[in-house]
Design a protein around this ligand. Structure first.
Ligand code: HEC
Length: 145
């Protein structure tokens, strides 16, 4: 009787140990036998391209945007009105003959030039950094009308 119980106890203990081993090794299985994932894991984080690795002629030149030029009114509203509508920081006001007359005398080309570089509190390009000269000119013409 005593002997029989001991054998059963030993079998149960082995069963528990083996069960636990299988359970945990499945749980934390990291797959070292998996060569592909091993290579993935240890590969360098960057790759070096040498001259000639890439056919530069095959790389397409960036497509030039052929977006239509914005109208003077659109540019004015988006970029210039914040200051020029009510004359913030002494900016010449929209449509004000008194403010613009002395400037217009210098010629539109000069106004475009000064608007591009900025002057005093007037920021370069009036903050419209992607504006073309033509768009700036249109915005100025819209303001001095
Ligand atoms: C942050 C405010 C501000 C914004 C935005 C702004 N301006 Fe001005 N602008 C000024 C101020 C201030 C002056 C007066 C500068 C001076 O004469 O010292 C001025 C002057 C000008 C002048 C006259 C420059 C000269 O030679 O006398 C032109 C032209 C002009 N702005 C065009 C524009 C255009 C076009 C935009 C939008 C694309 C624009 N501005 C946006 C503040 C601004």
């Amino acid at each position: 009787m005593y002997f029989k119980n001991s054998v059963i106890a030993i079998i149960i203990i082995f069963a528990i140990i083996f069960g636990a081993k299988t359970f945990f090794s499945n749980l934390i299985h990291v797959g070292y036998d998996d060569n592909l994932s091993l290579e993935e894991r240890i590969k360098p984080s960057g790759q070096v391209y040498l001259a000639g690795d890439i056919d530069v002629n095959a790389v397409k030149a960036p497509v030039k945007t052929t977006a239509k030029a914005r109208s003077g009114a659109a540019v004015y509203t988006a970029s210039c009105a914040s200051c020029h509508s009510i004359g913030i920081l002494n900016a010449p006001k929209f449509g004000s003959k008194a403010d613009w007359a002395p400037r217009v005398k210098r010629g539109i080309a000069d106004l475009v030039k000064v608007a591009t570089t900025g002057v005093g509190a007037m920021p370069p390009k009036g903050t419209c950094m992607d504006c073309s000269d033509a768009e700036l000119k249109a915005a100025i013409e819209h303001m001095i009308k």
